[in-house]
Write a protein that binds this ligand. Structure first.
Ligand code: ADP
Ligand code: GLC
Length: 494
């Protein structure tokens, strides 16, 4: 892809509806929430008109709920037996961008966004159809509907069936895969009932998985005009058995319309020069001194031995097997030595939560397992650590390594998906690279890589420090990738 696309190449006024299940600062459980926030903000100054459609979950903070304005409501039929459901549209403008929240108490007024597949399938069938109905209701016809992950995967299917011949039926669709692990699989009967979609869609080319089951993501991938995923390497990987989560054949079949576009991060939120959550703000010119201050503050806050010389390794992650935690678990006790400290921030699978709590109890002052979701502590760990661990089993893109680099924290990653595309391995001979990497999913390789990183930190601090500055200077913004999306939208618009 050309690096030198000029903004003047783009015609202003392309209209895009973003449709997804989460978006910072309203609701975020992982990187999808970051992308739904940051990509529209990168597109808007390029002349793209974006509106973001989200479910109106009860757990959205009151400070945003209270600012929402009622834009209208209507009834919409949904199920096979023709039951009608209420659709309310609540609107909020934040920093010049419009967010439309689909309101329905039956689906969104209780629990967390994701409450288990049995309830989530009806919830997101409803949501996908309601977004298209809302676009017609608002008389805002986008050029492109840009749908994200399985929760919005029915949008391209509804667009070409139930909404064909209506105003929004003129839009084209892009479906982005943020994580293929989650697909929205249930019985054929359940999906038929909740979508009310015709029988011919329940064959192998669209929803059908086997004689019993149907798959929402599979149907969306078949019907979308373009499919993107969040790094070029993951776009290749998902066409293989190991990473394809059962859809590799389907994705290879549709590969002509599959593109990898790497994520960026919002460089205003993640800005070490202005970050109010840090003890010391900094840029490349004073990173070393400021990092020492932030490290001390982090050690104090988390009850670790306060010592500037320790090699502090952070881990900020959903605690799931995706993130390579089995490798960390396998080598944890060998990795620990007197000069290393490990800080874990995350929630998720109880077996990992408990393993990390156990290590904290065995290594007091040296290991901290902070089993919570905590935005402000995340900022402090990114700034106060020397290295950040991301040894994922698979990683579509990964944002934590990008944030780490922006904060001058050296990533230690496995070469998979977006980690491979964004972290160039350190080369001690040429002095190039952004982090420490290993290829196969093997605990001994992770251990070797952490030891190597610690050795460079301890014995060759000048090289380490140059890498810190290189990482801070690396462009991890949405700049280029937003242009690639805009070009894709324009191609579709014709
Ligand atoms: P994924 O989407 O697979 O969870 P990403 O690396 O794309 O992984 O994005 C994770 C995002 O969630 C980052 O912004 C990271 O800082 C944030 N995050 C993950 N766990 C926590 C936590 N426990 N507290 C605060 N932020 C977290
Ligand atoms: C998913 C992936 C992660 C990616 C994020 C945003 O949650 O697990 O790798 O960065 O989506 O695209």
């Amino acid at each position: 892809m050309p690096e030198n696309m000029e903004l003047s190449e783009f015609k202003p006024g392309t209209k895009v509806a973003f449709i997804g299940s989460e978006c910072y600062p309203f609701i975020k459980t992982g990187g999808l929430g970051d992308v739904m926030y940051a990509l529209p903000r990168a597109l808007a100054p390029m002349g793209c008109e974006v509106r973001v459609f989200l479910p109106c979950y009860r757990c959205i903070p009151e400070k945003y709920r209270s600012q929402m304005k009622h834009r209208g409501s209507f009834m919409m039929d949904l199920t096979q037996d023709g039951r009608s459901f209420f659709v309310g549209i609540m609107e909020l403008e934040l920093d010049g961008l419009i967010y439309d929240f689909i309101e329905n108490r039956e689906f969104f007024d209780w629990g967390n966004p994701y409450t288990g597949l049995w309830e989530d399938i009806p919830k997101y069938c409803y949501f996908s159809k309601a977004c298209l109905a809302a676009l017609n209701y608002l008389q805002w016809v986008p050029d492109v509907v840009h749908c994200h992950d399985w929760q919005a995967a029915l949008v391209p299917v509804y667009l070409r069936t139930r909404f064909d011949g209506t105003p929004v039926g003129n839009a084209r669709s892009v479906l982005t895969i943020h994580n293929l692990r989650f697909q929205g699989i249930c019985t054929i009967d359940h999906l038929k009932y909740w979508t009310g979609l015709p029988d011919f869609l329940f064959d192998y080319a669209v929803f059908k998985v086997n004689d019993r089951e149907a798959n929402m993501f599979k149907g969306g991938l078949a019907y979308a005009d373009r499919v993107t995923t969040v790094s070029e390497t993951y776009a290749e990987e998902i066409q293989t058995d190991f990473y394809g989560e059962g859809l590799n054949g389907h994705l290879s079949y549709h590969r002509e319309k599959l593109h990898g576009i790497v994520n960026g991060i919002d460089i205003d939120i993640w800005n070490s020069r202005t970050d109010r959550l840090l003890t010391a703000v900094y840029g490349e010119e004073n990173v070393l001194a400021a990092k020492a201050v932030n490290k001390k503050a982090l050690q104090e806050r988390l009850g670790l031995t306060v010592d500037e010389g320790k090699f502090v390794v952070g881990l900020i992650s959903r605690l799931t097997d995706q993130k390579g935690l089995d490798l960390i678990n396998a080598i944890f006790e060998q990795m620990i030595n007197d000069e290393i400290q490990v800080v874990i921030l995350g929630t998720g699978d109880p077996r990992y939560e408990n393993a990390f709590r156990y290590y904290e109890s065995v290594y007091p002052g040296q290991v901290c397992a902070y089993i919570k979701y905590d935005e402000s502590l995340a900022h402090q760990i990114y700034a106060g650590s020397d290295a950040l661990l991301v040894p994922s089993l698979f990683e579509p893109c990964g944002l934590t390594q990008l944030i780490a680099m922006r904060y001058g924290t050296v990533p230690i990653v496995r070469e998979t998906g977006g980690l491979k595309d964004t972290v160039a391995p350190y080369n001690e001979h040429t002095g190039e690279g952004n982090g420490f990497t290993f290829d196969q999913y093997r605990a001994d390789l992770l251990l070797k890589t952490v030891r190597y990183a610690q050795q460079v930190y301890t014995e060759d601090r000048d090289s380490w420090n140059r890498m810190v500055v290189r990482d801070m200077e690396k462009d991890v913004s949405w700049g280029l990738s937003a242009k690639l999306y805009l070009r894709l939208y324009e191609e579709l618009k014709g």
